[in-house]
Design a protein around this ligand. Structure first.
Ligand code: PLP
Length: 396
């Protein structure tokens, strides 16, 4: 009894069947939860043959590894306890003390803090580069630069860079590339297909899609994933079998969910860009957006994440208090819409000046668009915008 190697042509079929155990235990249709930490030894020759929950080699792990590899067009994959476990493990599987990393300018807060504090403490330095200015990249190189780390769509301003140019630059200079593909999800973009070496995910978000577990994934070649697995075995950030089961269940509907979220987000972005209370909308699906020209060529859809600036900082609080359908919470990628103010959440650790420089002002609202009825959602945003305007006027 083992996970199947068969792959299908489309992501939707792979989401249901790739890696499934066939025939399954007791003829079950769904992968059961193997709620056991250890397995009988069967003439194991070395440590890598031992089946033990921390080694991420239970049947629940095997199914997910084959399935996630299939949907990302990769040889291999590894699930982890969180997105941060995936990111830190992937980075540390490439660089060691004395090495140097090039990164995108505005990264996910957790990744940025890991690089600023923990990686730096280990003697691993990094240098931010401007993805929109390829002529500046070469100057940032050092003799010990080993890794180039980017995100497919950046948080919270939804920037999409020239990702093909990034891959070409990295190849020219012998750098390993890692890309955080959480925001588009593999439904909209598969970075391995354009030559990235490793893809990381917060599976807490779109892969699971239901805001009810923490999980992550690393995707890439067999050799790179074997190396990352050995490191994860030491660091200990494996995914529990019960969370594996929930992630497998959540992933089955990712195609349906994400395509609905693509549609809803585009409609909401178009609605917001026509409103007087809004000064700017950031969404790669809008033809006016700076990243649109790259997103259009690379992506099958523009995703469910958008951000917008209200006309004044004072409107943000009344707006957040007036929407009745989206929930005011951090995180993203679930079926329910969420709204958040990045200056008070992901970027609260920066100084006001640093936030201003990045464009993360108090007037910026980030939306993770869910699968609610879009007319009802737009009605709710419309009412809240009108309300925030009235309240702001009264205050002034
Ligand atoms: C949430 C998130 C992470 C971190 O994932 P966790 O599952 O919370 O550890 C990393 N990158 C991006 C882009 C995210 O949105």
């Amino acid at each position: 009894m083992s996970s199947s190697h068969k792959r299908f042509k489309s992501i939707d079929t792979n989401l249901l069947h790739a890696g499934a155990i066939r025939p399954n235990i007791e003829d079950s249709v769904v992968t059961p939860i193997f709620q056991t930490s250890t397995y009988l030894t069967g003439g194991d020759r070395d440590y890598d043959d031992v089946r033990y929950v921390r080694c991420s080699n239970t049947p629940n792990h095997a199914v997910l590894h084959a399935r996630i590899a299939a949907i990302e067009s990769a040889e291999s994959a590894l699930v982890t306890a969180s997105g941060m476990a995936a990111i830190t493990t992937a980075i540390l599987s490439i660089v060691k003390t004395g090495d140097h990393i090039l990164t995108q300018r505005c990264l996910y807060g957790g990744t940025q803090m890991f690089l600023n504090e923990d990686a730096k403490g280990l003697g691993i330095d990094h240098m931010p580069i401007d993805l929109n200015d390829p002529s500046s990249w070469r100057k940032a190189l050092k003799p010990k630069t080993k890794l180039l780390y980017v995100e497919s769509i950046s948080n919270p301003l939804m920037e999409v860079g020239d990702l093909k140019a990034i891959v070409a630059f990295a190849r020219e200079h012998n750098l390993v590339t890692i890309i955080d593909n959480t925001f588009p999800s593999p439904v909209n973009f598969r970075p391995i297909e354009i030559g990235f070496d490793l893809v990381v995910h917060s599976a807490t978000k779109y892969l699971n899609g239901h805001s009810d577990i923490g999980a992550g994934a690393i995707v890439g070649s067999q050799a790179r994933i074997t190396k990352a697995t050995k490191l994860l075995n030491h660091l200990g950030g494996m995914l529990d079998p019960h969370a594996c089961f929930l992630l497998e269940r959540g992933m089955k509907t990712m195609g349906l969910r994400v395509r609905q979220q693509n549609q809803n987000a585009l409609q909401l972005a178009q609605f917001l860009s026509k409103r007087d209370e809004v000064s700017e909308v950031r969404y790669p699906g809008l033809s006016s957006d700076a990243g649109h020209k790259f997103a259009e060529k690379l992506f099958d859809g523009y995703g469910g994440m958008l951000a917008f600036y209200l006309k004044s900082d004072a409107m943000a609080e009344p707006f957040l208090n007036s929407v009745t359908i989206p929930l005011h919470a951090v995180s993203l990628g679930g079926v329910e819409s969420l709204v958040v103010r990045p200056s008070r959440s992901s970027h609260a650790g920066l100084t006001a000046k640093e936030r201003e420089a990045l464009g993360v002002t108090d007037a910026l609202i980030r939306v993770s668009v869910g699968i609610e009825n879009i007319d009802e959602l737009i009605e709710d945003f419309s009412a809240a915008l009108s309300m925030s305007h009235v309240k702001e006027a009264k205050r002034a």
